[in-house]
Write a protein that binds this ligand. Structure first.
Ligand SMILES: Cc1cc2nc3c(=O)[nH]c(=O)nc-3n(C[C@H](O)[C@H](O)[C@H](O)COP(=O)(O)O)c2cc1C
Length: 204
């Protein structure tokens, strides 16, 4: 039996379970006061636990970049993974609102700079403000390879992809881009940054 959301119409409390409770754990109202909700909602306070649990999933952390004519931009991304090895193909989750999303659609390509454990500064620069507000690459050493997307000189390595338009998925707030690898190289043999490590050390 799948758990459902039950809304207490007396106090607004959401109860999660296969059936409504005998009495509301918050206000004590009778079972009759509960109405089944159609959409799934997390009970209060639970979403925070889910988010911190997600930090334990072993993603890497990357600077994903693209361009539109002479303009370049990039953002931080953890939603990046290899899908197939033959041919080498990757998937990337990017918010529709991001400037990087716009540039990836325009250029049809993206580059992924792999960050190291010391790259907190890069995460702060590329991960919290949009390229619509300021030039994130100003003063940051880069080079450009096969796709023309900017790549961080100080990255541990990079992967460049061209997107496969017919495989793009609208996943709500984000698009999932699927890309064929057209280039890549290891630049430094150091420990990569992980999402979990970043969250553990970001305030230190
Ligand atoms: C640790 C971290 C992980 C992130 N992961 C993603 C991600 O996977 N996908 C995404 O679209 N945005 C992600 N972001 C948010 C973007 O980096 C952020 O919204 C950025 O400012 C977008 O910039 P743009 O508008 O210049 O493209 C992440 C941010 C941080 C700090």
């Amino acid at each position: 039996m799948i758990a459902q959301n039950w809304l207490c119409e007396k106090c607004g409390n959401i109860y999660l379970g296969p059936f409504p409770p005998q009495n509301c754990p918050s206000c004590g109202a009778d079972r009759d006061c509960f109405k089944q909700e159609n959409e799934f909602r997390f009970p209060q306070g639970e979403i925070e636990h889910v988010i911190t649990t997600c930090w334990k999933i072993s993603y890497g952390l990357y600077m994903v970049s693209s361009f539109d004519g002479d303009n370049i931009n990039g953002q931080i991304c953890n939603a990046f993974m290899q899908i197939t090895s033959d041919p080498p193909r990757f998937a990337l989750g990017i918010n529709h609102k991001n400037l990087t999303h716009e540039y990836i659609e325009k250029s049809g390509s993206f580059a992924v700079s792999i960050l190291g454990k010391e790259d907190q500064k890069i995460v702060r620069r590329f991960g919290y403000r949009s390229g619509r507000e300021f030039d994130k690459f100003k003063g940051v050493p880069i080079f450009r390879e096969r796709t023309g997307c900017p790549i961080l000189k100080d990255a541990l390595g990079y992967i460049e992809c061209t997107i496969i338009k017919e495989m793009q998925v609208d996943a709500g707030t984000h698009s999932i881009f699927v890309g064929d690898v057209v280039g890549g190289k290891t630049l430094k043999d150091q420990e990569p940054m992980t999402y979990a490590y970043y969250h553990k050390t970001k305030h230190s």
